[in-house]
Structures are given as C-alpha cells and as structure tokens.
Design a protein around this ligand. Sequence first.
Ligand code: ADP
Length: 503
Amino acid sequence: MAEFRVLPHSVAAQDFAAALGAFEKIVGVGWVIADEARLAPYRKAMLPVDIAAHAPSAVVMPNSVEQIQQLLKIANAHRIPFWPISTGRNFGYGSALPATRGQVVLDLKRLDRIVAVDPEMCTALVEPGVTYQQLYDYLAERNLPLWIDPPGPGPLVSLVGNTLERGGGNTPYGDHFEFACGMEVVLADGQVLRTGMGALPGSNSWQCFKFGFGPYLDGMFTQSNFGIVTKLGVWLMPRPAGHRTLLVQYDDEADLAKAVDTIRPLRMGGVIANTGVVGNAAIALTGVGPRSQFYQGQGAIPKEVVLTAARKFGIAAWNMTFSLYGTEEQIAPNLKIVTEAFERTGARVNPDAYNAAQVGVPSLTTLSILDWVGGGGLAWFSPVSPTRGADAVKQQQLAAAIHVDHGFDYMPGITLNARDMQHVMAILYDRNVEEQTRRADSCMKTLIRQFARHGYGVYRTGQGYMDEAAKQSGPVAAQVNRAIKRALDPNGILAPGKSGITI
Ligand code: ADP
C-alpha cells in the first residue's frame, strides 16, 4: 500500500489510497499528485506560517465541471476535504496552501478557457485557470479595444482567484468584485448554480445584470468555502481615447494626511476615476535596488537613511500616482483641477508619469519588492479605513512602530478609493532564517490585533491568520457563516477553515 506523509484529518491511509484511485479514474493518469517531489511546489508559501500545519495531502486537477461533480461524490463519501485554487499564486496571502493540514488541493488551472468575450457589451466569461496575461493577449491578438484590470502580480494570477479574494487593480475597474457579473458555482453536493440572470435558462443578460431576481448570492462565494466557482463574468473597460498618469510627491512624512484629504473629494466627485496608490519612500526604493545597497545595519532601516537615499532617485517621503482618462479635451480641465488642488497643499506634481497597472498592462515590476531583503518571505497586512487623512496617519504611526519593534521595514502602498483606503503593507523577511520567520509571524499577529483594537479590520488575509481575523467579526457573523456552511456542505468537504469557517 502506498505510504502517505500527510493524510486528511481522520481518514485512514487505506481509504485515502482508494479515494485517490477513484480520483484518478475521473481525471486521468498524471492528474492526481501524491508523490512528495510533485507535491513540493504546493507546499511552499511566502507567508511566515508553519508549512507542516498547512501541508496538502495530494493534488487533483480536473478539467471540467462534470469531473468536479464526480470528484465531489467521492470526497463526500470518504469525507476528504478539497481546497480549490485557481492558479494558487496569491503570493504573500498563502499561495496554494490549504487552511489546515491534509486537505487535497483541487487545482483548477486546467479549466483555462476564455468562454466568451462580447466586444459590444464589453464583458467576458472566464474559467478559473485564465490568467490576466492570457485575457490581455486574447484581446490584443484580436485587436479588441478593451482593457483588463491587472492586479499586482497580474501576468501570473487568475481573474477568478483574485476576484474571489476581492483583490484589486488600478484602472477605473480596480475593484474586481464590483466589476464581476455572474458566477457558475459547483456546490458541495455537485449541483451547479448560476448566479444572477444566469439562473434563467437561455438568459441573455448573465454578464450584463448582476443581481438577477431574489437574494444576491455572489458575495457569498467570495472569501468563503460555500462552493467551487467554475466560471466568472467580468466587465471590461472600453479602451479610453487617451490617458495621463500623475505622480504627486510630498517631502514631509506628516503630509500623508494632505495627500489623502486632497484626493478624497476628487475621487468622490469622479474627477479621478481610478484607484490611485500612495507609497512611502522605502517601498518606492525597492524599484531602485535591494536594501543592502542603502543600509547594512541591524533592525528596521532608519527613516533618515531611506529619505536621503530616496532623494537621489527623485523619490519623496510619499509618492502618489493616479491617472486621468479620455480625450485630450476631457483630460485638460481635470488635469488643471487636480494639479492646482495638490499644489495648493505643497505637493510637487509631475503630469507625465507611468504606471502599467493604471493603463491595463500586466507587469511584474511590483515583484521587485521581493529583492529588498531576499529569501522569499512576504506577508501582506491589509487594514481598511475611511479615506481620511487622520486615519491614514494614525495607521501609519501604529504600523511603523510595530514594524520597528519587530525589526522590519514599514513598506506601505495605500490604495485610494472614494470612501475606503486599503493600507496594504508588505512584511519582507528572509524565509530561510527561522528566527526571522517567527518574528514576521509575530509582527503579522500583532498588527492584526492592534489594528482591531483601534477599529481597523483587514480586507483580506492569508492562511494561518484567518481564524484571528474571523474572530474579530464576533460570534453572530461566525454563527451565520456556520449555518450557511452546514446547509450547503454538511460533510464539511469544501476548504474547511477558509476565512475561519468550519461546519
Ligand atoms: P490567484 O489567482 O491569486 O493565484 P488563488 O488561485 O490562489 O488566486 O485563489 C485565492 C484563493 O481563493 C484560494 O486560496 C481559495 O481560497 C479561493 N479560490 C480560488 N479559486 C477558487 C474557486 N475556483 N472556487 C472557490 N474558491 C476559490
């Protein structure tokens, strides 16, 4: 009998072997992975968690909805948990690791069809394995004047995975869940649900009208474990006649409040339509070179060292970018309005900047943050707040102090929506050094707890930190989630522990 190093919870080796044999009959030889060498890539993460606590027992790679339905029958019978992933590359949020040890990763990257693109309605329908790069290339090859909205590691990751995690990009379609329209979901019992207008047989509006009739269910399948999403509708932005990206810089660290309070009414009133971003000098410096180029000392890099180095490369204490879109005639008055508004607060405005993500181009440049320290350690901490200067500064002070306490650099890129900001910060550390890994884990946990004490929750978090974040939402939310989970997945076979939800 085969030997397994990791088994699903409460499943005997013999039963597991039988289940894997049955899985293989469904998906074909080579698409069930249970040997240690081929499992290795699924047992990696940048997060500072103990991999053993999240090690998958096997990986199954179906290529159709029918195969998923058949797999679920066996999983239900043997009580084998499936952890669905689309591409499993949400680096710094947990990658492909399941929330708990022993789950079988249901890798959906073979479902990689762009099912439909409607150039007239500017919509697409995609399967889980479709990456932003793939959709970008598809549109470019057909010369379709439509933009995608790539997230940070855009070329590599999927629209489905990113949208289900409520991730974002930086064009005017930057809020991915807001610009999603219609889902196909395989439920734990194998039934297929089409949400919104998709529930109507022969519907012609599945990708045009989100809400359908009755309760709006799509949100339930994001950051949850209530179903396996096999198709997702997304809206595509018509390529604008032109665009202009601005870089707004402030030299004083305390000016973050001015940056935020100035952009809010411009975002709210629609003068600035996209999700801009404001980063500090340290995160901007990652585009210049590794940390060792600027500092070789112990502990967090001192502020003065960062600011002095930054100045040489035209980087300020705070660097904000956002874009204006449209014809030259449309852009001109808005350019004047925003330039004057920021200059009034003492900022420098460069109207000829470039930011690939703001003009729909997938790019890997943001991954240069991984070279800052080296060693592949990255944990994203992503607290939310109102788009208010006072909150931005309060979060900055809180976060910087906790980072310094733990010996890490504070590296924020704050995404700026009209009413909410996501103060996304990267904890960068060397994952090969045990002591650093433990310190990064402690830094994450301290940030989550301390921020909650001040009323700031996270918009998302990774495996290993979900229970902590879920706890903060209190017992009633937990009870409702659990009731839904029990109703839809009574055997608890879908992603137990996702967002802290179990049966
Ligand atoms: P990315 O596109 O960034 O690589 P992932 O594939 O890692 O995204 O997905 C992120 C998370 O979203 C996963 O850990 C999983 O919890 C959930 N998820 C991804 N794809 C699906 C899906 N098709 N159905 C249900 N949940 C999914």
